[in-house]
Design a protein around this ligand. Sequence first.
Ligand code: G6P
Length: 762
Amino acid sequence: MKSIHLQIRFLVPLLVTLTVAALLALPLLDRMTLRWFSRDLSARGAMVAKTLSLAISDIEPNAKLDRLRGLLERGVLDERLVGIALCSATNEQILSTKGFPGSLTCGEAREIAKKQDPRLELSSGAVHIGDFPVNAQQADSDRLVLLHDLSLPDRRSIDTRRYMIIFITVLGLAVAGITMIVAQLSWRGWVSGMRAILRGEGLVRPLLQTGTGSAVADSAPPELQPLEVEIRQHLRELEDNLYREHGPLTPWDPERLRGLLRTQLRGDQVIVVSNREPYIHLKGKDGGITVSRPASGLVTAVEPVMRACSGTWIAHGSGSADRDTVDENDRVAVPPDTKDYVLRRIWLTEEEEQGYYQGFANEGLWPLCHVAHVRPVFRESDWAQYRAVNQRFADAVVAEARSDDPVVLVQDYHFALLPAMVREKLPKATIITFWHIPWPNPESFGICPWRRELLQGMLGSTILGFHTRFHCKNFTETVDRYLEARIEHEHATISYQGEPTLVQSYPISIAWPTDDERLRWPAPSEARRAVIERLKLPDDACIAVGVDRFDYTKGILERLHAVERLLEKYPQWQGRFVLVQVAAPTRNALEEYREFQDRIHRVTDRINQRFGSDGYQPVRLLAEHHDHAALMELYRAADMCVVTSLHDGMNLVCKEFIAARDDEQGVLILSRFAGAARELPEALVINPYHVEETTDALHRAANMPPNEQRERMASLRMTVREFNVYRWAGRMLADAGQWRLRERITRRVQRRAREGSEAIDA
Ligand code: G6P
């Protein structure tokens, strides 16, 4: 059907073109044939006139008139000659034949003969007039005026036209026919080529046939080959998205997430496990208790999801007043105002915290996965604590579960062993593990002495999520290298000891601010004024903000070097450019962190001494915890936000900055080594190791016209609003829903089969 439409679309213009061509060509052709005939008649006339002239000159003068008349009458016996007149040089008619019209004078006839188309319409038909001298050597010679019948050329012209029309029609039909055949053949070729690609034959068949890897080049028609891989990838992504989101194409929000839980997971209980807790209760100096939200990308993302889903969040109780705020089961309802879900706290001894958290997680796995030029340290004693604490949290999950098949969301590198431990006790649980940090290549990961145990633990998950496909690929290759497992790339699954795990990328995000929240924000101009006053910045300051945990993976040193170079290279910024760097205290118990933080303080002092003056410091290092409102104020006051991570799973600071800028102003400078760079190409994407490049990006951001800022920011905002954290969680839960459905059906089918065979045996 499609090919017929295609052909009609092609044929109709072709036929119209041929018709127009015919309409234009026919009059032209007509004129040409008449001109040829006219030239032909003139030549014939000249011949006849010459013959007559010779005969006229032989006639004796006294016998002249009678003999002449007879001569001319014989001349007109030629069927094409209508009449002949002999005229004097002064245009008097000497004599004429019968057919020569009496009304036509010699003068008139000779005038017409001079024209390009010497044609005269008579009542008997059209004639062609020729005028020839009797004696060409004599200037005042008599003239012979010959009238040729034009009905023959006219008839021929009509015949020519008819043949021409027939020719054009036949030609048109032939071209159309050939076109249809060619179109049909090539359309079929395309269609079957595309079908083969979609069926996967393009990739698989040649592999089977040849046993080589040159499948793509051998399979598709040549014109499709460059497109093949790309089309398949896009189709897979589309199919993926539809499959995960199948439901109305409404934006992802808490309501839609709740709906998904109700419908696809039948309201099953959700249990989150993480090391860091979402709310920390602290004893104040006055003896009162305050609640703090930790600086953690994990908490930023998972907390709104838990508010939407309810359930239980199991985490390490690390606050000084945490024990004072829980009930006898170590539970407390949070958030403090709305109490949407339960926080179940686990208490760790100092040794446990030291070995599992400081040691194995943060001195071992953190540098191992970030590849940020800090050596991982692996101690046997830390590993023992890590295993023990994973088991304690796994036991807590089992204790909190109200059914044998809860949905357990395991967060991050602190709990690589926990999925298999939970699976052992709750085989029917749906365990979704999300790895919030990068996954390195197999060689890097291979230096961990317990690499196999870690992989085995993680493969206890039903679904294993990473931020990017690249991390999924690294993980799959690592499993391939160190375990005996079946890897199905087509289905993104790894089966270990018969149990499959889906390995997928789920880019994490933030909750898009609600209207109520936005109403509480200060206007950007107010925020700017407040920040300038509080930090005593110059009135015309160009404000860059950096917001990070005080961690060596965040590229804070590289950022400082870029600011220093900016002030050297573009001295016009001295006295105006200020980097306000928020560095939230983190993991201070670790030597590596303390040394790094000292170094940042030293470099900051050096830059401030070098370029600072009374009332001006180019770097303001704020190494203290900032609450959400304070960060919003900073983001809204800033001219730019600088994210220079040396390696980062995703990085949510950049997304928070984007969400804060509803005025569509402000520039984002973003490290290409943060997962977010793949989603946010409208940022100024830089390599933080390249100081000059980062310097130029700072300069460019500081000079960027408001229009360009608006264009970039509007596009960034669209992305973050749509790809929000509810979508992140929704996609994982939808996959889990599908998985559970499949499991239930399989179990039911197996049970019926068992019952059937038992009945037969009986
Ligand atoms: C990263 C990790 C999180 C962690 C956060 C803060 O974002 O992926 O798991 O919570 O850092 O680190 P902390 O050690 O203070 O929890």
